[in-house]
Design a protein around this ligand. Structure first.
Ligand code: 1HA
Length: 270
């Protein structure tokens, strides 16, 4: 597909094609492990994708065909977090996780090769995951001295169930694409040559559907799990829809025209 670069970055690629934004981690030599800079760039790209009215769906992936993402770069892990040029320890991938969850557009993980550790959590949080046959999944935290007890544990358990989620974290085993499909961890498995084509096809199906319906559904799926923050998202969408109505516009107009609002003419639905 003729992807165009939206913005140049050091550690990611950020591309656009036909309603789809693609954020791709570009550190294949370390299986797309992320540094604080990688995550900062991904966060900025995610925000740009959110603001860009051309974009209806976001693909998250990694370069090279051998890895989606291998989690935090252990070579820059320091005292209290992952350390960048400013010498400050950070766990900024947690903020990116929240962005993936709250962007009101579907985010699709396109997974070839390794999705492990914090990289596995990223695909778990995406709305959909499409895997190549060479995909390998797992959590490694308890092996390398880390854990993600946030979405990485609780949302994983919502996806695959409590027993399986505890197995994944406690044993740190690796799972192939078929294992992942059978536990509901991915939506589809395809040969690697078909990975991008299939992912774009799925994106196109979503792009052909009502964007507000998709937006409402994403926030509705989140609302049950995300407490007040989830309800805030859903309610924000309700406000958006209300602002589109004549009834809400009458309130605004009456204020600006310094008169009493006339809400009597609006229907009182059963
Ligand atoms: O848990 C968290 C967090 C929790 C809370 C809040 C924030 C968090 C943020 C991050 C994380 C984490 O991600 S912790 C988990 C970190 N990741 C890992 O433990 C996975 C480490 N990698 C591996 O176990 C293996 O590389 C592999 C199973 C994915 C692939 O093995 P393979 O095919 O044998 O390749 P390998 O030779 O190991 O890797 C190729 C190169 O990539 C190696 O470098 P080279 O020897 O060629 O110089 C390898 O060191 C490098 N590499 C792979 N993964 C990482 C990495 N370098 C740094 N960090 C990595 N994560």
């Amino acid at each position: 597909f003729p992807w165009e670069t939206i913005r140049e970055y050091k550690e990611i690629r950020f591309l656009y094609y036909d309603g789809i934004a693609m954020i791709s981690i570009n550190r294949p030599e370390v299986h797309n492990a992320f540094t604080p800079l990688t995550v900062k760039e991904m966060s900025e790209a995610m925000e740009l994708a959110r603001q860009d009215e051309r974009v209806g769906v976001v693909i998250l992936t990694g370069e090279g065909g051998r890895a989606f993402c291998s989690g935090g770069d252990q070579s820059v892990r320091g005292h209290g977090g992952y350390i960048g040029d400013d010498h400050v320890p950070r766990l900024n991938v947690l903020d990116l996780q929240k962005q993936i969850r709250s962007i009101p557009k579907p985010v699709v993980a396109m997974v070839a090769g390794w999705a492990v550790g914090g990289g596995h959590v990223l695909h778990v949080i995406c709305d959909l995951s499409i895997a190549a046959e060479n995909a390998r999944f797992g959590q490694t935290g308890p092996k390398v001295g880390s854990f993600d007890g946030g979405f990485g544990a609780s949302y994983l358990a919502r996806v695959v169930g409590q027993k399986k989620a505890r197995e994944i974290w406690f044993l740190c085993d690796q799972y192939d694409a078929q294992d992942a499909l059978s536990m509901g961890l991915v939506n589809k498995v395809v040969p690697i040559e078909k990975l991008e084509e299939t992912t774009v096809e799925w994106c196109r199906k979503m792009l052909a559907n009502s964007p507000i319906a998709l937006r409402m559904l994403k926030s509705a799926f989140n609302a049950e799990l995300d407490g007040q923050a989830g309800i805030q998202e859903l309610a924000g969408n309700a406000t958006l829809l209300y602002y589109l109505s004549d009834e809400a516009k009458e309130g605004q107009r009456s204020f600006l025209e310094k008169r009493k609002p006339d809400f009597r003419k609006f229907p009182k639905f059963p």
